[in-house]
Design a protein. Structure first.
Lengths: 111, 116
């Protein structure tokens, strides 16, 4: 059975620091990987997706994928209090299976 | 201008009742989804429709029945509501079926269902 795992947190970092969020998945057939941010009481919104091994950068965000280790991470540089939210990792594959979300990591950026 | 909209936003009802949640997207997407997010914030897919055709039907009680009258709408009907059905239900849509990489899902604002 597919599983996507994340540390539930809370992960606390000081303002300006780098926040590192990690996600592991069990299905080796997984092809694409997503990071969503969810503020309390709001709906998830996409931050980034990645499907090739290596790094993908977008502004202050960098997604890292290592398919051999079945590991995907999100780095947030120069963390801001407005980054405080729950970050959801989601995994998808090409075999007609569904989109699977991890339990989310709650990030708190302290001013 | 809302891309994915849901109604109602809040729904409070008693056990045993039947209720419906409606979802509409104006993005021209082909695929729509229903997710359930429980009190522990775990987001789990329930159903997925592509061009009005059911393509994902996860293990949910058959009291839950989705209906897609057209590709812009996906409604969720719940019969004989139970306490455990209390959760936030999110509708989402995407341009492609969820079998292709790089797909992005756009979520609606959610419907908070409370069963008493």
């Amino acid at each position: 059975q597919k599983e996507v795992e994340q540390n539930s947190g809370p992960l606390s970092v000081p303002e300006g620091a780098i926040a590192s969020l990690n996600c592991t998945y069990s299905d080796r057939g997984s092809q694409s990987f997503f990071w969503y941010r969810q503020y309390s009481g709001k709906s998830p919104e996409l931050i980034m997706f990645i499907y090739s091994n290596g790094d993908k950068e977008d502004g202050r965000f960098t997604a890292q994928l290592n398919k051999a280790s079945q590991y995907v991470s999100l780095l947030i540089r120069d963390s801001q209090p407005s980054d405080s939210a729950t970050y959801l990792c989601a995994v998808n594959n090409n075999y007609g299976q569904n989109f699977v979300f991890g339990p989310g990591t709650r990030l708190s950026v302290l001013p | 201008d809302t891309a994915v909209s849901q109604t109602p936003k809040y729904l409070v009802t008693q056990m045993g009742n039947d209720k419906s949640i409606k979802c509409e997207q104006n993005l021209g997407h082909d695929t729509m989804y229903w997710y359930k997010q429980d009190s522990k914030k775990f987001l789990k897919i329930m159903f997925s429709y592509n061009n009005k055709e059911l393509i994902i039907n996860e293990t949910v009680p058959n009291r839950f029945s989705p209906k897609s009258p057209d590709k812009a709408h996906l409604n969720l009907h719940i019969n004989s509501l139970e306490l455990g059905d209390s959760a936030v239900y999110f509708c989402a849509s995407s341009q492609l079926p969820s079998t292709l990489p790089g797909d992005e899902q756009y979520f609606g604002p959610g419907t908070r269902l409370t069963v008493t």
